[in-house]
Design a protein around this ligand. Sequence first.
Ligand SMILES: [Zn+2]
Length: 167
Amino acid sequence: MDRPLPSSPSSAATDMARRTAVGTQSAAGTSMITKIPVRTRLRDVGLRPTRQRVALAEILFSHGHRHLSAEDLHAEALTAKVPVSLATVYNTLNQFTEAGLLREVAVEGTRTYFDTNTEDHHHFYVEDENRVFDIPGPHVEIGDLPPAPAGMEIVRVDVVVRLRNKR
Ligand SMILES: [Zn+2]
């Protein structure tokens, strides 16, 4: 956090959708939308470019920014004739996340999405459809954050604005 936080006192849940992102830019613009070959990108973050990692990374990163569950990626891998188990997909996604190639977005206890956009941003979640997408622009303002407990620092704040179709 290299900028003072706005000190708006609003904290009601109904204000959630109106808050604006804490304006921290992730270090060195780590956007994964780039023309750097997958093998190089894997090596750059210390991962050996095995055949499976390269195949999965190509599927993941060749479609722009998106949000995938392990099951989604597994299905795409099978469609692309990449023979890989769901367990391997999970392991690979976790390795990519630890290496900073992906960001985890947890919206339910049971469901995790992996986001190819590693910049600071927030999400809409459509409950009926289990669908996650980025909140465009600087629309979420986090006011009145609690101080981190002694010996700790805040890494980032994730906002998920939950949606449903009007009834
Ligand atoms: Zn996202």
